[in-house]
Write a protein that binds this ligand. Sequence first.
Ligand code: MIC
Ligand code: SF4
Length: 643
Amino acid sequence: MGKNLVWKIIGERLAAGGREEGEVSLRIDQTLTQDTTGTMACLQFEATGAPRTNASRSVSYVDHNTLQVTFENADDHNYLQDTAAKYGFTFSRPGNGICHQVHLERFGVPGMTLLGSDSHTPTAGALGMLAMGAGGLDVALAMAGIPFSIPAPRVLGIELRGRLNPWVSAKDIILEILRILTVRGGVGKIIEYRGEGLSSLTVPERGTIANMGAELGATTSIFPSDEQTRLFLEARGRGGDFRPLAADEDASYDETLVIDLAKLEPMVALPHSPDNVVPVREVAGRPVDQCFIGSCTNSSYIDLARTAEIIRGRAVSPRTSLCIAPGSRQTLLMIIRDGILDVFVRAGARILESACGPCIGIGQAPSTGGVSLRTGNRNFEGRSGTPDALVHLASPETAAISAVKGVITDPRSMGERIEINLPDKFIVDDSMIIEPPEDGSGVVIRRGPNIKPLPEFHPLPDSMEGEVLLSLGDNITTDHILPAGSRIMSLRSNLPAISEYCFRPVDPDFPDRARKAGGGFIAAGANYGQGSSREHAALSPLFLGVKAIIAVSYARIHRQNLINAGILPLVFEDPSDLAKISRGDRLELAGLYSGMDDDAVEALNVSTGEVIKTRCGLSKRQREILLAGGALNAARRALEGQV
Ligand code: MIC
Ligand code: SF4
């Protein structure tokens, strides 16, 4: 049996472990950070004592909280620019674009590994990279030269057959896959796309699909590097980075799924989950207050060119607001050159900065109870900044025609297909990218008053007791645990201040209660911590005294972030035991050291007298991290040992 592409790349980059060991440690070629996870990543990189990044390229992007509504934000950006110069990172200035779009255009290289402190880093899988999201600390450690570990993945081969019909696009493919597999369907897996249907999908379209693999919970997604990849790189003056890559003809997969592209139709994810997917025709006619075309999922030139052809000569409906954010400055320059921006402005669209913006609640919060139709990847409750907004996710085609009609509209009602001819050459202008000096040792780092030191990390004790602070259901997102939005994101480098918002959407009194109780435990259902890579969703609970979580299951990145922070993530042996833990109960966990070795820890519910069996499922490396009091302590020891 031949090899699939995933294991070929793993084979090339393997530092330790393997399929049998249950974990693989990979050498990381490139890293990316973005501003709202990057300040913490840089503070942690500084704490490792490493003089300069070890990666062949580390890019520090400022693309999330670019509004600078208060000084904290601007201070953070200065800090990031200075750390980039000092430690050898390429710096992408605010306004240069969304990290995942810019990384595809300027830096991604087929066959390389990429680790990014953002859950949508897998977007670069569109180029045949093995690109993974992680907490800032894991990225900091990768920059310090420590390999990155993931559970040995199962590989899901998704075969695409046939060709898409007019008005059906890449977004509809991934929405259909989400409908089939759900937000938990990709956990523990890497998705590898294959089949003859690939040949008609350009790299940015593949990027849309790889991007939303994060919503499936997948470790990452990857496409072969083929003729489309070559064309994409050559059009951007990077033909030299091309390298053909594919699975062996007779490659085997742990699981397979076949999608017939010709059978797909325009799809939409209804509030409040990316897997709540139905065909657009089922909700056609629903009034729309706002449409947003942008985000790292659908903001490339091809997305905007199609949007322009739909709204050319038309006007945005008076009841609807249409906002458009080009994904990168390169795309912005191209749509200026090709007259597309002119079409948008004439139609009455509002043009936003090339940044994340509305996707993460930074501006354009919908009206109370408003219906928003967006081309992004997440429609979690409250994420848009309006707690009761009804956010729907769809393709740029569906969003554009709906903005014109003022109601959700199936783009197939437009009639004949609109053909877009992609330019052979794209404008290359890297003037908002700053390369670091050869020697950054003399750079003095500006640190604003909002940049606070890291918290103290303590080794895991052998026993713990305390109160159950929250008992939660399934699919709790990191937006529930530590919400985003411009105001709260400005506090990402100030743990004491941001912790005041911990669990606010679930229980606004949580920080006070946690402090009064002297910390404690959290119980939760399946897929706890899905969504973002923000390690603040682990660090804030740690800061408020959370010692362990017992859940039915976890999202990969969040579970590792908990371990990195020194919080023990336990799993119910019997998922129905979640019902045996209520808020306010007192728990006792004893014999943790031997329990971790034996993969069996008993939690005594002192309030009810019941004993609840749990598992830890920790690798040797993860046990060591917890015993050392978190990944930073463990890494410092390892790095000292190297000297
Ligand atoms: C997101 O889409 O939720 C974010 C904001 O990009 C996060 C990162 C963050 O919280 O800073 C992510 O996806 O990892
Ligand atoms: Fe930015 Fe939204 Fe993409 Fe996250 S999902 S990186 S907030 S555009």
